[in-house]
Design a protein around this ligand. Structure first.
Ligand SMILES: Nc1ncnc2c1ncn2[C@@H]1O[C@H](COP(=O)(O)OP(=O)(O)O)[C@@H](O)[C@H]1O
Ligand SMILES: [Mg+2]
Length: 515
């Protein structure tokens, strides 16, 4: 039987999406303090944050009126409409954090704005129990007691005090990295466990992780296409099996990103989980090119052009640690324990190659596309004379497209001349194509009609020229594809952004078989 849930249940479910655990409360409160322009933030918690969390700041504070609105659902001072999200300068925007936390705890807000009275509110499970004037300095303190006291199922799911405390510390460390201009103090069970003064970014990394860790990393700063990547990455000789640091920020917002992780890891050329780099990276990207509104706790973001982000990070890391293409990398003896020895083709579509550490499965079409694409970008394709010129009669529409695309066709190696009304004579074709029929020529016209930049057209020809799924390959051909693929700048993705390969390590196979 289907029933409509009552309001209280609906709200508790929604609250659970925003507030997963004490660390998410701390995150939301600290983000609010940062948004309020705080220069000093003091965080205190006991019992792994389950019993008590308090975040005090010297930010702009709230008036009584604002404070009374702040813990209602969808109340925010940060946006007015959905469009504002794309130009957002603050970490918060949904107006859900305080209300969600208030609903599942006993919350106190003590705040004062310049020129207004200090005010104190106590809210229990979302209901205001007390409001009274109480003086204080400018700023805000939000205290959260007995988190999830009215959602026992959620409370039970929390980990031990120790583990929850660790999560809070990691969360604060993450935020502190990208806000070196703010001082943070953290009190755990009343004792001061972290104290960070306002300082330079480099100094903050040293303070947080120690000189030794900082010395194993190098500074990275890279700009391209309006993107700015900055932070710290491991020197190649300090890749580690465990104890790695991994912090990713997008516009200073802490996020998890598989894309960033694999771009960084792959840039070092590591096919297995054996050793991996540490990294602390902030990606500054135009707010229009990233969607921050895809995850309830804002822990993930979506990029408009993942392929671009991937290749920029990949390149930035390679250049910063001074490693070149995969082939050069192998020469210098880094990781890549590849050296495929045996090849096998599955359904004439996928190449299986045995490597030192496992198996590599390659999508033959996607891989060849990547190889051709980079070739085209580096040297414009040559022309290949046709043995018998091809005469093609075009429709009015096709002819119009042809006239527009004439120059670009020439750049890709086509030699085409007019040959009477709406008729063309093709004497040479792009060397990327094995040969050309009348129909294919027309298809090409339609395909490239809307492709504007050179790179779009390059992608189309790479796709047309690449070996197809179902093409049978000899072991030598398979070997050549793998070699050529790893000599490209971005071997892991085809020009359309799809993966070219999957790697299975022996460890992973063993794990799957329960060994
Ligand atoms: N520490 C603080 N200092 C000043 N104002 C705050 C603070 N915390 C919350 N607020 C106010 O309360 C509003 C609601 O907060 P929140 O529920 O976290 O939503 P959001 O941050 O998405 O706007 C904020 O928009 C802000 O105006
Ligand atoms: Mg907020």
């Amino acid at each position: 039987m289907i029933v409509l849930l009552d309001n209280d249940t609906i709200q508790k479910i929604a609250a659970g999406e925003v507030v997963e655990r004490p660390a998410s409360v701390v995150k939301e409160l600290v983000e609010n303090s940062i948004d309020a322009g705080a220069k000093k933030i003091s965080i205190s918690f006991t019992g792994g944050g389950k019993n008590f969390i308090s975040v005090a700041d010297d930010g702009e504070g709230m008036t009584e009126e604002d404070a009374k609105l702040s813990f209602l659902s969808h109340s925010t001072s940060k946006i007015r409409s959905i469009e504002d999200i794309s130009t957002l300068a603050t970490l918060g925007f949904r107006g859900e954090a305080l209300s969600s936390i208030a609903r599942v705890s006993i919350m106190e807000i003590h705040t004062k704005k310049e020129g207004a009275e200090g005010i104190y509110l106590r809210i229990s499970a979302g209901n205001v129990e007390e409001v009274m004037p109480r003086p204080r300095e400018r700023g805000t303190t939000v205290t959260v007691r007995n988190l999830f006291f009215n959602v026992p199922a959620r409370r039970k799911f929390l980990k031990s005090d120790y583990l929850e405390a660790e999560k809070i510390k990691t969360m604060i460390t993450g935020i502190a990295i990208v806000y070196p201009e703010i001082s943070f103090s953290l009190f755990h069970n009343q004792s001061l466990t972290l104290h960070l003064e306002k300082i330079t970014p480099e100094e903050r990394i040293k303070e947080l992780f120690g000189d030794e860790v900082a010395n194993e990393m190098i500074h990275l700063e890279y700009q391209k296409n309006g993107l700015n990547l900055s932070g710290y990455i491991s020197l190649p000789e300090y890749l580690k099996e465990r104890g790695r640091l991994e912090y990713t920020f997008v516009n200073k917002r802490p996020v998890r990103s598989g894309l960033v992780r694999s771009a960084v890891k792959n840039a070092y050329g590591i096919p297995t989980k054996e050793r991996a780099p540490s990294f602390i990276l902030n990606l500054s990207v135009d707010k229009n090119l990233v969607d921050v509104n895809v995850h309830p706790r804002k822990e993930e973001v979506r990029f408009a052009d993942e392929n671009l982000i991937y290749s920029i990070i990949f390149k930035a890391v390679r250049e910063s640690v001074g490693i070149g293409t995969e082939a050069e990398l192998r020469e210098r003896g880094y990781a890549w324990e590849m050296e495929p020895t045996a090849f096998w083709q599955l359904h004439n579509s996928y190449i299986f190659a045995q490597t030192k550490t496992g198996v590599l499965i390659i999508d033959q079409h996607a891989a060849h596309e990547r190889i051709l694409y980079e070739k085209i970008i580096k040297n414009k394709p040559a022309s290949q004379k046709l043995l018998f010129p091809l005469i093609v009669v075009l429709s009015a529409n096709e002819y119009e497209i042809f006239v527009k695309l004439r120059d670009i066709l020439a750049k890709f190696g086509f030699e085409v001349e007019e040959f009477g009304e709406r008729t063309v004579r093709i004497t040479g074709v792009s060397s990327l194509l094995k040969d050309l029929t009348e129909d294919e020529f027309k298809q090409i016209l339609y395909e490239i009609r809307d492709a504007k930049p050179f790179s779009d057209v390059a992608r189309i020809f790479a796709c047309r020229g690449a070996i197809k799924q179902k093409d049978k390959l000899t072991p030598d051909e398979m070997n050549a594809i793998i070699d050529d693929l790893f000599a490209t700048e971005n071997p892991y993705f085809c020009p359309h952004g799809r993966p070219t390969m999957i790697k299975w390590s022996i460890e992973e196979l063993s794990r799957r078989f329960g060994r």
